[in-house]
Design a protein around this ligand. Structure first.
Ligand code: SME
Length: 162
């Protein structure tokens, strides 16, 4: 396991930062088999390297999403299927980018400071087993660049659910 992250300078684009970060995330989880430990370190690394306001996992358990490892302010612990951005990404089994959370019907406001959000489903055996949720305190903070970069992170996470 890597001891520390080499954090790219702020002058890089998000896409470039994801590209430099991904091999470090792979190294971070290599050699450890415990899913909770690996997810906890991945969330810490994403928060540190990308400067996200909130980043965390919600894990599918029966008919709900249950809060998993995260970094940022305290958050709601359970989200029903189809509810909020996370529950919708689970139900629709696709990436959701919400530029203005106040304009998303049913958005669950864990923090009033959250303004925009991206949620990516994690697939294992063709089923959604978890979602990765990232919140920003700025409007319109996520783009396809994040969907692609975080999509690679989600592939890494997916391997922990088989
Ligand atoms: N806003 C999310 C809930 C989770 S928090 O943002 C951490 C939603 O609407 O699903």
């Amino acid at each position: 396991m890597a001891e520390s992250l080499q954090i790219p300078g702020m002058e890089l684009t998000r896409g470039e930062r994801y590209a430099l970060l991904l091999p470090q995330l792979q190294a971070l989880v290599a050699g450890e088999t415990d899913r909770t430990a690996n997810l906890a370190n991945l969330m810490a690394a994403l928060k540190e390297a990308m400067g996200f306001f909130w980043v965390g996992m919600y894990i599918v358990r029966a008919e709900e999403l249950v809060l998993g490892p995260f970094q940022g302010p305290v958050a709601c612990t359970r989200i029903a299927y189809g509810r909020g951005v996370c529950g919708s990404a689970w139900k629709e089994a696709r990436v959701l980018i919400v530029p203005d959370v106040d304009a998303f019907p049913g958005h669950i406001a864990c923090s009033s400071a959250s303004r925009s959000e991206i949620v990516l489903p994690v697939f294992a055996n063709d089923r959604v087993v978890a979602v990765l949720d990232v919140d920003s305190d700025r409007l319109n903070d996520f783009s396809d660049e994040d969907a692609i970069g975080l999509g690679e992170v989600v592939k890494l996470i997916s391997g922990m659910f088989f």
